[in-house]
Write a protein of this length. Structure first.
Length: 454
């Protein structure tokens, strides 16, 4: 990281009364710093540039602070790889328009045995004899890349050269190996598009983040992914038809090869043409969980969190209201006790305790409506508690959307909002049964605390 780099504090950022303690990042990391370290934290809070230091590196690695992009690399140092499987002439026209917007970058189009072979002007076209999937097609394109940086772009994304080059500004930090923008659903006027604008699994939100399991941004899609060519290692797992981007990022990243999510750069992604196609997509995403888990055990649990934060939610859904209240108090006391040496104020402690419970509630509720709904649906025939828990979580997810998004067509949004997670969960179960492993259906619960020095 170069001297004088601007860093933005993470949205989860709490300082102690003596200014020498910090709780920040996602997942939360605890720092105790020296007086010099406190000066660095003060500079970050005030928006002043900070010089390179071990503390700065640890803050960035923990996701506690986020560097602003530096100057982009020269255009001649970047090659764009576009995997494609064109089925219609309209598809080839869309591909040609995409290639044109990426000028003056060099573009390599990998034709994955298309029924309608594309020949876009301004691109080097490499044809595959058999359809092998997007991961294998990207690898074929990577094999002919000679530039120090490569950008993988799907053929149904709207992106130009300026956006790609803006992302490369993060490579001024030598510890950054991959950068992804925010992927938003293209607004084509249809209801499916309106739904995807608020619920797309490709849209990772508006906050910058370091990408890793357990983070507020645990993965990024490869719809647009810019990388150091040297960091590509063995490339994507060509045997995976879906989930290959998630598996690759988790396999290839480390503290010395970080992946950054940069939401200030937005790229539009075409949405599925119908409800059925959208739900089939969600099912395929869910089915890939078992494949990823087989390669990276315990990487895709339905719930990941601290036992004492998860327990109140579980007890509440089990109908044990009094015990749930008691468990919530225990969770708060545990938060206070674990942070006692950080010298945080009462307001900060309450804010952290509340956040822990909110996140636990959100994660458990999502798991109930996705991975665990088949079990609860079966139990509903013999247990009113299971029936109420499932219906309550579905209702809360719908009501949250109605309040937050205010959809134009509440009835259609409600129906699709219910079917969406159910389709994903059905896919997870299909993948688990196919692989004969239930691990992707099981939670990861811990008692560990994250600490760091300064």
């Amino acid at each position: 990281m170069t001297a004088g780099r601007l860093l933005a504090a993470d949205r989860h950022w709490w300082r102690s009364k003596d200014r020498l303690g910090l709780v920040a990042g996602s997942p939360g990391t605890y720092f105790r710093v020296t007086e010099d370290g406190a000066a660095v934290l003060d500079s970050i809070e005030s928006g002043e540039p900070v010089a390179q230091s071990g503390l700065v590196d640890r803050l960035v690695a923990a996701g506690a602070a986020h560097p602003a992009p530096g100057n982009p690399v020269p255009a001649h140092d970047v090659t764009v790889v576009i995997p494609t499987h064109c089925r219609t002439s309209a598809h080839t026209e869309r591909l040609s328009a995409l290639v044109a917007t990426l000028a003056p970058l060099r573009v390599v189009v990998v034709d994955d045995a298309s029924p309608v072979p594309p020949s876009p002007a301004g691109a080097d076209v490499h044809r595959m004899t058999t359809n092998s999937g997007p991961g294998a097609a990207r690898n074929a394109g990577l094999a002919v890349v000679t530039t120090p940086f490569v950008a993988f772009v799907d053929d149904d994304v709207t992106v130009d050269a300026a956006a790609v080059l803006a992302l490369t500004g993060h490579f001024s930090d030598p510890n950054v190996a991959f950068v992804a923008p925010r992927i938003v659903a293209a607004d084509d006027g249809r209801f499916v598009a309106a739904y995807e604008r608020s619920r797309s699994p490709l849209d990772m939100g508006g906050s910058p983040a370091r990408v890793r399991p357990g983070s507020v941004v645990p993965y990024v899609p490869s719809a647009v992914l810019v990388a150091r060519t040297a960091a590509m290692q063995d490339g994507f797992d060509g045997s995976l038809r879906t989930g290959e981007d998630v598996e690759f990022v988790w396999r290839a990243t480390s503290d010395e090869a970080q992946c950054r999510y940069e939401p200030t750069v937005e790229c539009a992604h075409a949405v599925r043409p119908s409800w059925a196609a959208l739900l089939a997509q969600r099912f395929s995403y869910g089915r890939s969980a078992a494949d990823i888990d087989r390669r990276r055990p315990w990487s895709v649990p339905p719930v990941r969190g601290h036992l004492l934060h998860l327990l109140p939610v579980v007890l509440l859904l089990a109908g044990q209201f009094i015990w749930a209240v008691d468990a919530a108090l225990v969770s708060a006391v545990f938060t206070f006790a674990s942070l006692r040496r950080m010298r945080l104020g009462r307001r900060e402690l309450l804010s952290i305790a509340r956040l822990n419970l909110v996140l636990a509630t959100r994660h458990v509720g999502r798991a109930v409506t996705r991975e665990w709904w088949p079990v609860l649906a079966v139990l509903s025939f013999v247990s009113v508690t299971a029936q109420v828990a499932l219906l309550f979580c579905l209702a809360m997810s719908v009501m949250t959307d109605i309040v937050r998004i205010r959809p134009d067509n509440v009835a259609l949004h409600t129906l699709l909002r219910v079917l969406d997670p159910l389709a994903y969960g059905a896919g997870v179960w299909a993948g688990a049964l196919r692989s004969m492993s239930p691990r992707c259906l099981l939670p990861v619960v811990s008692l560990r605390l994250r600490r760091s020095g300064g």
